[in-house]
Write a protein that binds this ligand. Structure first.
Ligand code: 1HE
Length: 264
């Protein structure tokens, strides 16, 4: 059965400070249709208003099979362009919004599914996850920001290889390539993603805002402009009452120290 109007294509749950958003179309491997994009947009907007961090997950054994190919067989050119631009706006709300998002990945992370994950700030995959970009085989191109975001994460050469040859990549290799940040045992990516989201939710809001919005822009600037922007953001964050309190808390030994890593 496919889901249509009125059904829960995207789930939403507020767990403390963290909003957990779930692609919920497992019978179609969470393929992203136009309706899914709109449901995702509403969930991201709600999370940004009431949570301090978000997690994006997929229901069932696969994170997401990418673009709903069924909707694209007969799409007029102008609708295809508008559709891609809408993906860009929604994924931009995730990437350059006000709260950090962590994605929890398992099974297929394919095409537009990988593009969605690439718009989140931290990617956690379990050992079952595999990454594919079958656009070449399908006769299409990426349209959800992948040529910018995925190419910057893993490099255009690796992305081009995946798109040209249809090669799929394990979680372990994708971590080595820089496409994801954490690999967990099978079935544990959601738990880890929530733990990480909770950690980010505890940060100063202005620091998170600067990390989400200044850092990627600085990457697009010349070194000179980047350094200038860095100083402005650094000064802006440090004069907030929240920063003052956090700096005092450390000096008065009320704050946690930086710990050595526990993993080897
Ligand atoms: C779909 C889609 C989809 C599955 N659009 N319906 N994406 C792809 O090229 C990936 C295509 N999907 C697959 O390769 C496989 O489905 C999976 C590896 C993800 C999962 O395999 P499996 O064996 O668990 O499931 P399945 O039996 O292949 O699929 C179950 C159902 O989901 C089936 O429908 P049914 O009516 O026969 O039950 C599939 O047709 C359906 N399904 N994936 C529509 N993607 C903004 S541009 C982005 C560009 C891209 O994303 S390109 C990548 C497209």
């Amino acid at each position: 059965m496919d889901r249509t109007a009125g059904e829960n294509l995207v789930t939403y749950e507020l767990r403390g400070a963290v909003a957990v958003i779930g692609l919920n179309r497992p019978e179609k491997r969470n393929a992203i249709s136009d309706r899914v994009v709109e449901a995702l947009a509403r969930a991201v907007e709600r999370a940004s208003a009431e949570a301090r961090a978000g997690v994006i997950m997929g229901t069932g054994p696969h994170f997401c099979a990418g673009l709903d190919l069924g909707e694209h067989v007969e799409k007029p050119l102008i609708d295809a362009i508008a559709g891609s631009r809408r993906w860009h706006r929604v994924f931009d709300m995730i990437e350059r919004g006000t709260i950090p998002f962590v994605s929890a990945l398992q099974g297929a992370v394919v095409g537009g599914g990988f593009e969605l994950a690439a718009s989140t700030h931290i990617r956690v995959a379990d050992a079952s996850a595999f990454f594919g970009m079958p656009e070449g085989q399908r006769g299409i191109f990426v349209g959800g920001g992948g040529s910018v975001r995925i190419a910057r994460l893993i490099g255009a050469a690796r992305m081009g290889d995946m798109m040209l040859t249809g090669r799929t990549v394990t979680a372990e290799k994708m971590e080595a390539w820089g496409g994801i940040n954490y690999v967990t045992p099978e079935g544990q990516s959601l738990e880890k993603a929530i733990e990480l989201a909770e950690a980010t939710a505890g940060n100063a809001q202005m620091s998170n805002y600067a990390i989400l919005n200044a850092l990627p822009r600085i990457q697009d600037m010349s070194s000179e402009d980047g350094l200038f922007m860095e100083s402005i953001m650094s000064a802006l964050t440090s004069v907030t009452p929240e920063a003052e309190e956090r700096l005092r808390a450390f000096l008065e030994k009320r704050a946690k120290k930086v710990m050595a890593p526990r993993d080897v």
